[in-house]
Design a protein around this ligand. Structure first.
Ligand SMILES: CC(C)(COP(=O)(O)OP(=O)(O)OC[C@H]1O[C@@H](n2cnc3c(N)ncnc32)[C@H](O)[C@@H]1OP(=O)(O)O)[C@@H](O)C(=O)NCCC(=O)NCCS
Length: 185
């Protein structure tokens, strides 16, 4: 598996994050603080510091080395700024070969089909390069954008989990979906 070689789409370069991304990750967090707050856990003020980003990137690097989690960024074609990010987290091997997918797009890129473009290219990579069989993605019923995105990408509803994740300080129900590996994906 070559994790260093980016995947290219018409509008983005997709690759695993690395230590050189600290300033980029910091700018993404600060610029999208309000946009992402309703859909993420509560963040301490320290989350929005460069030091925290450096620490996070070191942990993400360890997680990749240990095949636990793959934090990815979609950059502009010049490789300068982060347009979107996603993580293939909680990788479980053995007879499960599965992970959880989480994602976000920068506020000013919303509604332009970028996340669909990025995940549309990244999911075949996840199934083949990472040898996954099932990618699970879960969303709050009120997050209709996320639900439509998953439907477009071929995720199917598998269930409904009450008080599944603590988001913005509240235990929120989630709709559970998954996409399975197929011959063509
Ligand atoms: C959820 C989220 C990632 C969706 O990102 P997005 O880029 O807006 O989603 P899509 O890629 O599906 O594009 C959305 C719309 O762009 C439109 N669009 C415009 N140009 C397009 C193109 N070239 N290709 C595809 N869609 C295009 C589509 O009509 C689509 O709307 P539709 O679903 O009604 O058809 C984004 O809203 C986000 O970051 N939200 C906050 C964080 C979050 O909710 N994360 C997920 C938690 S579960």
């Amino acid at each position: 598996m070559n994790l260093l070689h980016p995947i290219t789409t018409p509008r983005a370069l997709i690759r695993v994050v690395n230590a050189s991304d600290a300033a980029r990750v910091w700018r993404y967090r600060v610029a999208n603080r309000e946009h992402l707050a309703p859909w993420e856990p509560l963040r301490d003020a320290s989350y929005f510091t460069v030091e925290h980003c450096i620490h996070t990137l070191a942990e993400m690097h360890r997680a990749v080395q240990q095949d636990r989690s793959y934090a990815m960024v979609a950059l502009d074609l010049a490789g300068e700024e982060i347009l979107a990010s996603f993580t293939l987290a909680n990788v479980m091997r053995g007879s499960f070969q599965a992970c959880h997918l989480g994602y976000s797009v920068a506020a000013h890129w919303q509604g332009l089909g970028l996340m669909r473009e990025v995940l549309g290219a990244a999911l075949p990579w996840a199934f083949h390069a990472l040898d996954l069989h099932r990618v699970m993605a879960n969303y709050m019923p009120s997050n209709q954008r996320s639900g439509r995105l998953l439907e477009h990408l071929g995720f199917e509803r598998e269930g409904y989990a009450k008080q599944y994740l603590q988001i913005a300080g509240r235990w929120e129900d989630h709709i559970l979906t998954a996409r399975l590996r197929t011959e063509s994906a």
